[in-house]
Design a protein around this ligand. Structure first.
Ligand SMILES: [Zn+2]
Length: 432
């Protein structure tokens, strides 16, 4: 089934079911009343103080988003107003100023006390951590399963770092990277907030599929739209409810289709803020890529959020070495951003690969690699062989250039044209 889904994009005909959606309002099925633009948006309002949960403890079931609150009908659409509302709840730690989305560079002063973090209908108090739930509102009532969102709001002010994983439902290493990263945080000493969504594409994850139930690639639909396809709506919901509140975003992925990636960042190095951001990641090669339209990191950067993709390993697997690299690098990032203070030993700067190219198999057969992930290779060097099981021919695959193997296929049966080795080239030393 998975193989059938791959690359199958011929589903555009379902878009034809859309024209009935004339009114620009929520797509919830119950709203079949004729066009009436005054219908209150079922937008969550921050009313409830999130329970302080020690993330190291074994979990209760995540808190679902509270249903729309009837008395919130005249609220303006801006979620900034949520913060001051916490005052009504008698919350002593609430600060009446609007939430700052861009945090100034931390200075060496007395740490400033953090504010409440208003997210997904809850107020997360400074110095606490909790589990929330995000729902895209696309399911039949009662069938919706909230997507868990972990939040650690530090006691001290600072930026909000968001971590997302498993936008492609079969990419698993990031789930564990986020768990280890977040469960290791102490809210009392953290400056800023960390918001983690370990499994963004819950339906895909449950089916072991990269895609959404409509066979679309969610990571081509950001920032999405309210009236678009299923993928557009899910993307829009995630972006509106969570991503737009991030100052920084690390979206964690793996290679696809039995290919593995060296732990690496994909980043638009033409963007100075993003390029500077990449320098906070310890021991991470950087592959320059402007990104495709619809990618979460592209949409986030367009929204003024410093965002990168972190690639680690291959899909369908939990790989300890790759996970360790990701966890280490996120710790270094938080240290660099002055969110945590930890004795951190930095490795040598990794190069930035401003260019990269795939070397493809020219024959069908069984691929056997001679090189390892991360190997430095020269032009013409034999990277592996394709063995034809019928003719017994051995077809060598040679490197197209000098560079480094930043991604490669695992040994498998391939056909001609299969992209086998990803070679990063034009290396420069970062940190200039
Ligand atoms: Zn992916």
């Amino acid at each position: 089934m998975l193989a059938e889904l791959a690359e199958d994009e011929s589903v555009e005909d379902v878009e034809r079911s859309d024209p009935l959606q004339e009114a620009r309002k929520s797509p919830t099925p119950k709203e079949h009343s004729p066009v009436k633009k005054t219908v209150a948006k079922p937008r969550e309002k921050a009313k409830k103080v999130a329970p302080n949960i020690d993330l190291k403890d074994v979990a209760p079931v995540p808190t679902p988003e509270p249903p729309p609150v009837p008395d919130a009908q005249d609220e303006p659409d801006t979620e900034e107003s949520d913060v001051s509302k916490a005052q009504e709840d008698g919350d002593p730690a609430a600060v009446p100023e609007p939430q700052e989305l861009t945090t100034p560079e931390p200075e060496d002063k007395e740490p400033e006390r953090a504010k409440n973090l208003a997210l997904l209908g809850s107020e997360v108090l400074p110095g606490t951590s909790t589990r929330l739930g995000w729902s895209a509102g696309i399911q039949i009532a009662g069938l919706s399963q909230p997507t868990p969102v972990l939040v650690v709001n530090g006691a001290n002010a600072g930026p909000t770092l968001c971590l997302t994983s498993t936008i492609h439902g079969d990419e698993l290493n990031g789930i564990e990277i986020i768990r280890q990263t977040m469960y290791d945080l102490d809210p009392e000493t953290l400056s800023g907030a960390v918001v983690g969504i370990p499994i963004v594409n819950l339906p895909g994850f449950q089916q072991g599929s990269r895609y959404l139930p409509d066979r679309r690639d969610l990571n081509r639909h950001f920032p999405g739209s309210k009236n678009g396809s299923l993928a557009d709506r899910i993307a829009n919901s995630l972006f509106e409810k969570v991503i737009q509140y991030c100052d920084m975003l690390v979206d964690i992925h793996t290679g696809s289709l039995k290919r593995t990636n060296l732990p690496q960042l994909r980043a638009d190095m033409n963007n100075p803020a993003v390029a500077e951001f990449t320098r906070g990641f310890d021991r991470m090669a950087v592959v320059h890529s402007t990104g495709s339209p619809g990618m979460l990191r592209t949409a986030a950067v367009n929204a003024g959020i410093r965002a990168v993709t972190l690639e680690a390993g291959e899909s369908h697997r939990i790989q300890e070495h790759q996970i360790d690299a990701g966890v280490n690098s996120l710790a270094s990032l938080m240290e660099k951003q002055k969110m945590i203070s930890r004795m951190f030993v930095w490795g040598d700067p990794e190069p930035v690969y401003y260019d990269s190219a795939w070397v493809r198999a020219n024959h069908g057969g069984i691929l056997f690699s001679k090189v390892e992930l991360g190997a430095k290779v020269s032009e013409g060097e034999i990277l592996g062989y394709i063995a034809d099981p019928i003719t017994n021919a051995q077809h060598p695959i040679a490197s197209s250039s000098d560079g480094r193997i930043i991604g490669m296929a695992v040994d498998q049966v391939v056909m001609a044209g299969f992209a086998a080795y990803h070679i990063g080239t034009k290396a420069k030393v970062s940190g200039e």
